[in-house]
Design a protein around this ligand. Structure first.
Ligand code: FAD
Length: 481
């Protein structure tokens, strides 16, 4: 208590994460460019945290990460204990420390920001530091688990939602089998987010820890095609559907079938894992551009990842977005990083048509300028076209990062299952129960596409409900109003 009173508010001296020099980083497709805190800097950053009695950061994290408890352990130089606390709520803290939009979640509510334009504690950097330190210590990490229950859960999809659910359920003593369509594990964390933003050693480490709990992962199994859903249902006492919502989508504009126009999913899959799967990528072939002009359409995470990848492949990368930088959903600093790497930005610009030559190759993108007008209902300002402002942006390739489509292969033939108008399972109740007894769902398949930490939060809550169902047999689907 006395210690807490003595603590000074260090509002302005946040330790920022170091970056690789832009000229170096743009040469490496597989080298993480935002570096982590070293030990002494991490200790200093943790020291900025005043360990609030009622910390606002914890409830603003979708998994309630108990920041005040694990940051206190960093202050005490007890990294092992800090990781133990982190793993109570999230098996992917090394990943979330890197890819979470902390500036919109935990860091946005840090008390240091309440006055004088203060800067939050670097919670993301510290989270990453803890996971990386345990991994690099080389000492074997073992999660505790409860005695076997004799119950078994089948999980469909090995993205963050499926893997996190497997982790929580295995720790409760249940047998868990994951069925994954692709030949690799991790979902979007592996085939979507480039290694320049998420070091695969960190991802692999946390996946290995889940396997160590005894979770079996069967890869290359498309549920609904290679094996019927009902067959899996018969094998297990409960099912968790976590298939994401990750099918590549185009815009529906003229010229988008030309050679060299790709969905973001196909482009990133090809670059990240050198693989294309017709379940997720409509393209049968993707040629990765090098030394060309590449236009990326979009303003979110996915557009950023396409730009990072296009630049590292050696291209001139142009971003085309119909809104402004300030109203885009990507992290503000990511646009700065891309600018340092030579990216060209076309804000308030809407593509109308992809222009091709007689050989069917892309030569440009016809666009129109937009302006933002206030929304009458008080919502986000709306982009509207500026008359007579049509123009052409010359380019050789176009990548469409305009959202993902549904992927209902696993459950589309399940009799009686309530599916929403987007073919997703937002029809689950508060406990992530579908209307079919013993069948739960979570992650992007429920919310249509959000964040890694939101998928993990669904998995955490669904696992609690699955455990309750397995142990009590109680089932009461209560649809949301
Ligand atoms: P997914 O990650 O999509 O995993 C679903 C898994 O199910 C896949 O492995 C798939 O192959 C498998 N599957 C599908 N159908 C079947 C079937 N029939 N049978 C068996 N298996 C099946 N979020 C962030 O927080 N930060 C970021 O920086 C970020 N960047 C992103 C970048 C990109 C390019 C994209 C596309 C998304 C990004 N997101 C980011 C969003 C985030 O990745 C997703 O919200 C999250 O991955 C959803 O997790 P999930 O487990 O529900 O689905």
């Amino acid at each position: 208590m006395a210690e807490r009173k003595r603590k000074k508010f260090r509002r302005h001296d946040r330790n920022e994460l170091p970056l690789l020099n832009p000229e170096i980083r743009k040469k490496y497709l597989d080298k993480e460019y935002i570096l982590g805190y070293g030990h002494t800097v991490a200790l200093d950053e943790a020291d900025r945290c005043i360990l609030c009695k009622k910390p606002p950061c914890t409830p603003s994290c979708p998994v309630n990460s108990e920041m005040e408890k694990w940051i206190e352990q960093i202050q005490k130089q007890n990294i092992w204990e800090a990781y133990k606390i982190l793993r109570r709520n999230n098996p992917f803290s090394s990943v979330c420390g890197r890819v979470c939009p902390q500036e919109r979640l935990c860091e946005s509510t840090c008390v240091l920001t309440f006055k004088d334009n203060g800067l939050s504690v670097g919670i993301g950097g510290l989270e990453r530091f803890v996971g990386d330190s345990v991994r690099m210590s080389g000492i074997e990490w073992i999660d505790e688990k409860e005695p076997p229950t004799g119950k078994s859960v089948g999980i469909i999809g090995a993205g963050p939602a499926g893997l996190a659910a497997a982790y929580f359920l295995a720790r409760k003593g249940h047998d868990v089998v994951i069925y994954e369509a692709l030949p690799f594990v991790g979902g979007v964390m592996r085939y979507g987010i480039p290694p320049a933003r998420l070091d695969r050693r960190a991802l692999d480490f946390e996946i290995e820890l889940i396997k160590k709990l005894g979770v079996e992962i069967k890869t290359g199994v498309k549920v609904g095609q290679d094996i019927p859903f009902e067959e899996i249902r018969k094998k297990h006492d409960a099912i968790f559907i976590a298939v994401g919502s990750g099918r590549g989508k185009k815009m529906g504009i003229p010229g988008e079938d030309l050679k060299g126009v790709y969905t973001a999913i196909a482009f990133l899959m090809k670059a990240n894992v050198d693989y294309l799967d017709p379940m997720l990528a409509p393209e049968t072939d993707v040629e990765l551009p090098q030394g060309k002009k590449v236009a990326v359409i979009g303003g979110g995470f996915t557009a950023v990842d396409c730009m990072i990848t296009a630049i590292r492949l050696g291209n001139e990368a142009h971003l085309i977005y119909r809104r402004t930088r300030e109203t885009s959903s990507a992290k503000d600093e990511e646009w700065d990083h891309l600018a340092e790497e030579g990216a060209v930005f076309h804000w308030l610009t809407q593509p109308l048509e992809v222009i091709g030559n007689e050989k069917g190759e892309v030569i440009g993108l016809k666009c129109i300028k937009m302006e933002l007008v206030p929304d009458e209902k008080g919502g986000r300002p709306k982009p509207v076209p500026v008359e007579g402002s049509e123009h052409i942006i010359e380019c050789d390739y176009v990548i469409m990062a305009v959202g993902q489509a549904d992927n209902p292969l696993a459950y589309k033939d399940v009799k009686g299952l309530k599916i929403d108008k987007w073919n997703n399972l937002s029809t689950v109740d508060e406990k992530f129960r579908t209307n079919i007894e013993g069948v739960f769902a979570g992650g992007d398949v429920v919310n249509g596409g959000d964040t890694v930490v939101m998928a993990i939060s669904h998995a955490k809550k669904a696992s609690e409900a699955i455990h309750e169902y397995l142990m009590t047999g109680k089932w009461e689907y209560t649809p949301k109003e």
